[in-house]
Design a protein around this ligand. Sequence first.
Ligand code: MG
Length: 391
Amino acid sequence: MPPDERSIIHVDMDAFYASVEQLDHPELRGLPVIVGGLGPRGVVSTCSYEARPFGVRSAMPTAQARRLCPDGIYLWPRMARYEDASAQVFEVFHEVTPMVEGLSLDEAFLDVTASLRLLGSIEAIGRRIKDAILERTQLVASVGMGPNKLLAKLAGELSKPDGFRRITAAHAARELAPLPVGRLWTVGKVTEEALHRIGVRTIGELAACDTVRLTRALGRQASVIQALARGEDNREVEPDQAEQSIGAEHTFDTDLAELAMAESWLLRHCERIAARARQRGLTGRTVTVKLREPPFVTYTRQARLQVPSASASDIYDVARRLLQGWWRSQRKPRLRLLGASLSGFEGRRQQDLFEATSSTPASDDVQDRINSRFGSGSLVRAGVLRTRERD
Ligand SMILES: [Mg+2]
């Protein structure tokens, strides 16, 4: 398929984590909501559109956001809830094409070229995705459409929030020309500065720049970047690969020196990992625990389960033994970071009710629902509590 005949859709949820919080807590609607790490080393994950006029941006240190927007509502992320909403969004994608390349929980490229005959025009498919996401999650997605990844993503970004826009190959040059070179997807800071040094500031100037001069400034990547500036992009949508491992980890603001505390964090990680494995229909055999002693010495410990599992208690039983073993081997155990992961997947489990119940204890499914409603770690299994009390 020639690249300019493809139909690519880019979907990105608007202020995803903050929008979920405003959905679940109506009293936060209309207010600047900032979701991120709230400790001294914390960073903003997402902020609502109401926070943006204050200059708050994602990836900014939370301390800086607090100076810019002291009256904002600051919240810790509730990953289990966001993953739940994300699963619903990705379900919509897979209803229109198997060619889905996820970039994050709330952003993906879809190649819908082969779906056009069945589902109609690219706009019809884009509208269907946007409407279905709103109906099922009550959250707003921005949808960009184009003949390639570059233009689809740009169309979405230019029309955000509540975006819906298509850029065709014929109009690409006109749309791109006035934009600053930094807006060109995959042009990083270093390239941007190199272009500024030779006086190239807009994408139009980049497209028109003498190739020899550009090659002197950028090296071998010059021709690829100049093609992007003309709106040409051959990169394929690469459907998501089966995951190699599912993990969770946390860096502590204050180093952990108590085994019981470390165990409760480990339990929380194992619950998240198990929930994500079940969402994807996977069972894994290998459990890995990652332990970082301050400042930067990292240990990993690994063990195998008797049978592949997606049960939080199975994973935690093994992970906890690994943690305890490491703890006893240290003279003065302290942790800066603790993580866990599950790997060695047996492939996608049949979505068969009987198999699902035989390999996943029913209590885990109940727990998934409770955790996604109240945030991960809100329900601690009675059996785990009992084991802990014996220590
Ligand atoms: Mg987003």
